[in-house]
Design a protein around this ligand. Structure first.
Ligand code: ADP
Ligand code: MG
Length: 688
């Protein structure tokens, strides 16, 4: 069957369907109603007064008139049943509707009735023609309402037309089942073919719903099956790299590290040790709130690789953070005689060449940098471990691309964004997770407060006093990508104002548009304590670690997202001093803005904040939209349908564990559907 076999499908309508992504009859079957209307509530016209929900009335057409002029022109139809009469009015599309009504025939109207003057009326009711009044009992009572769009309306594709097409397709096509019978039984799902029928021509809402659940499950299941397959493949890929902690690891933890590890850090390191020894490829996520101390865990892991003669690479999402890791590594590992290099985008080609030679030759043991690390030109001698810091900034796809580099290196990713469980099940379901739940000892909870512009002078007095006491301060301005230039003006002006207000205090400005060397110099001055106040855009949002900085003022705080505020605030409270975060909202505080600030004052629990943020923004925005690599599900919602997601994940694993290549006879259909699905998304899953 072909779309053009459908009744009333002109070329124009065909184009409208194609523009809406519908190319084949099966696409139409997968075009699900957005809701259903229930036409079973039939009422006599006389009793309509006071009924506010839509109803069905059945009557004989007694008058059809076009009245009014110009844009006020409208179609007025009067129908009559045994009890009274009702006027149907159409303002739009009246030329179409006029053909639906012939004087003396019977019709059923569905809509909301309202009294206008003497007359009971309905605006734009749906109409069904009836040969005789009793035919109403033969009509479907639950009507699917399909999503409409501008292409549809231009080509006069009405809901009725779509309904008809889909019925026509269902009368000739049979959809093949691919979920194993056992699975359907277990979840009480209808078979695939009947599920389509239940979605498009439902006998009742409950059945329509169980069909929808089935399709949601199907989407989750194919996705989770892919994730399981990826994980399994990687796991079986005996990296052949068996690593044992040796000289470097021991010297670092025994002699160099100035503090003892927290329980969480020890656990994470142990998990890593076990993975590296296993002869299977490690795929581990370290999740720990901002300030939990993930960097030393990463260093520990890298040293294990080095102890076994392998190179390690560590990637960070921003230059500033890469730079900082470079300095940390320098401080800790230079004494051990370890060779390391920094790779960022802004380096001169001569320097770059030099670094590349070192990495390829193997004399460089650790490469730290931005995503520039994984460009084609960078070739490792023997890469054994890849670390991705602040992984949520990169997304699944990038993470997987990196794994194609080198000879299946071990992978360790780190993230401070506590990912609510349902999200973790999608984007991280190919990873093992270690949580660092505790904070290094001696940390004092950050005090957070909201201060208005009127209180600015008091805030400044506090700043003055704190600088005298030796504290350092961040003043943050928002930088939203779309209005980068304008926001930059905010930060620059704020910087100038502060300089005027505090002529005796050293103040610097940092933002993303500065050259790499400039950024580097500014950060260095702040780290060394020469700068007391750092005015910055959100370039310092992730990872930056200057323990002496204990105060943060966030200007226009209401313009930031909750998780972002939490990340920002995580820049302070890193030492033993009491830290303060002062949120200064702009003039007008919207309700969600106020809620976010309130939440931030109330809690410093990253998990609670993430959950609230996820609720406010939805998964796409929560993870930073497209680049997060979050899979898009057509029918399912990873938050609303998380129970189904969990079931799909369990079922997928059950299959992959026992029959990873889907060779059993009862999985034959599944295999046929899964293989093209997996191939199409191979790049996404990092197996291309
Ligand atoms: P994050 O988890 O946010 O990446 P960092 O690794 O930047 O955190 O660590 C935050 C700060 O805590 C750093 O200054 C680090 O030196 C310090 N730190 C890490 N672990 C400990 C510990 N066990 N005891 C004391 N301080 C620690
Ligand atoms: Mg960090």
């Amino acid at each position: 069957m072909n779309l053009l076999d459908l009744h009333n499908l002109s070329q124009k309508r065909l184009r409208a369907l194609q523009s809406s992504g519908i190319h084949r009859p099966s696409d139409l079957l997968n075009f699900f109603p957005r809701t259903y209307i229930d036409k079973s509530n039939i009422q006599p016209i006389r009793y309509l007064a006071g009924i506010t929900e839509p109803v069905t009335v059945v009557g004989k057409v007694i008058a059809v008139d076009v009245s009014g002029y110009g844009h006020k022109k409208r179609l007025e139809v009067v129908i009559q049943d045994k009890t009274a009469s009702l006027k149907a009015v159409y303002f739009k599309g009246w030329k179409y509707f006029i053909n639906q009504f012939k004087k003396g025939t019977w019709v059923a109207l569905y809509g909301t009735a309202k009294k206008y003057g003497r007359f009971m009326s309905m605006a734009h009711p749906e109409v069904d023609q009836l040969g005789e009044p009793d035919e109403i009992n033969k009509l479907d009572t639950l009507i699917p309402i399909y999503p409409s769009n501008k292409y549809f309306s231009k080509a006069y594709i009405s809901n009725k037309l779509i309904e008809g097409w889909i019925k026509q397709i269902l009368s000739v096509m049979k959809m093949t089942e691919f979920l194993p019978e056992q699975m359907l039984k277990k979840h009480h799902f209808p078979e695939r073919d009947s599920a389509y029928r239940l979605i498009h021509t439902p006998p009742d809402r409950k059945k329509a719903n169980s069909a929808l659940e089935r399709f949601k499950f199907e989407e989750f299941f194919l996705f989770e099956l892919s994730m399981a397959k990826v994980k399994q493949t990687r796991f079986q890929r005996a990296a052949g790299i068996v690593m044992e902690p040796g000289h470097f690891t021991k010297s670092f933890f025994n002699d160099v590290l100035p503090f003892s590890l927290t329980q969480g850090q020890k656990h994470a390191l142990n998990d890593i040790k076990t993975d590296l020894k296993s002869a299977h490829q490690m795929n581990r996520l370290i999740q720990g709130d901002v300030g939990a101390g993930k960097t030393v865990v990463a260093i520990g892991a890298m040293l294990m690789a080095l102890d076994n003669g392998y190179q390690a690479a560590m990637m960070a999402p921003t230059e500033i953070l890469a730079e900082q890791h470079y300095h940390t590594i320098k401080e800790y590992l230079e004494p051990l005689g370890i060779q390391f290099r920094l790779i960022t985008g802004g380096q001169s080609s001569k320097l770059r060449q030099d670094i590349l030679t070192d990495i390829e030759g193997g004399s460089c043991q650790i490469a730290v940098g931005t995503h520039a690390i994984f460009q084609e030109t960078v070739k490792f001698n023997e890469l054994g471990l890849v670390i991705i810091d602040e992984q949520h900034r990169f997304g699944v796809k990038q993470r997987n691309e990196i794994l194609l580099k080198g000879d299946h290196p071990h992978l360790l990713v780190m993230s401070a964004t506590p990912i609510p469980r349902s999200l973790a099940m999608t984007i991280y379901s190919d990873l093992d997770i270690s949580m660092i739940k505790d904070m290094p000892a001696g940390r004092k909870p950050i005090k957070t407060a909201v201060r208005s512009d009127k209180e600015r002078e008091n805030v400044y007095k506090f700043v003055e006093q704190s600088v005298k006491n030796g504290d350092q301060i961040y003043v943050i301005f928002p930088l939203v990508e779309e209005s980068e230039v304008m926001d930059l003006k905010d930060a620059t002006m704020g910087f100038e104002k502060l300089k005027r207000r505090f002529p005796d205090i050293s103040i610097d400005l940092l933002h993303g548009r500065m050259k790499s060397e400039e950024k580097e110099t500014v950060m260095e001055r702040f780290v060394e304590g020469n700068t007391k106040i750092l005015v910055s855009t959100t370039v310092i949002e992730v990872g930056v670690d200057v323990p002496n900085a204990s105060i943060m003022i966030i200007e226009h705080a209401e313009r930031f997202g909750l998780s972002q505020l939490h990340q920002l605030r995580g820049r302070i409270g890193r030492g033993n001093k009491q830290s303060y975060c002062i949120l200064m909202p702009g003039q007008k505080l919207s309700r969600p803005g106020r809620y976010r600030l309130k939440k931030l004052v109330e809690t410093s629990d990253g998990f609670e904040i993430a959950e609230a943020d996820l609720k406010l923004r939805g998964p796409g925005d929560f993870l930073g939209t497209k680049q997060s690599g979050l899979p898009e599900f057509k029918h399912a919602d990873i938050i609303e349908d998380r129970l189904l997601l969990e079931q799909a994940k369990n079922d997928a694993w059950q299959i992959i564990k026992t029959d990873p290549d889907l060779t059993s006879a009862h999985l034959e259909n599944l295999k046929q559907v899964f293989e093209p699905y997996f191939t199409e998304k191979a790049e996404f899953f990092g197996v291309g």
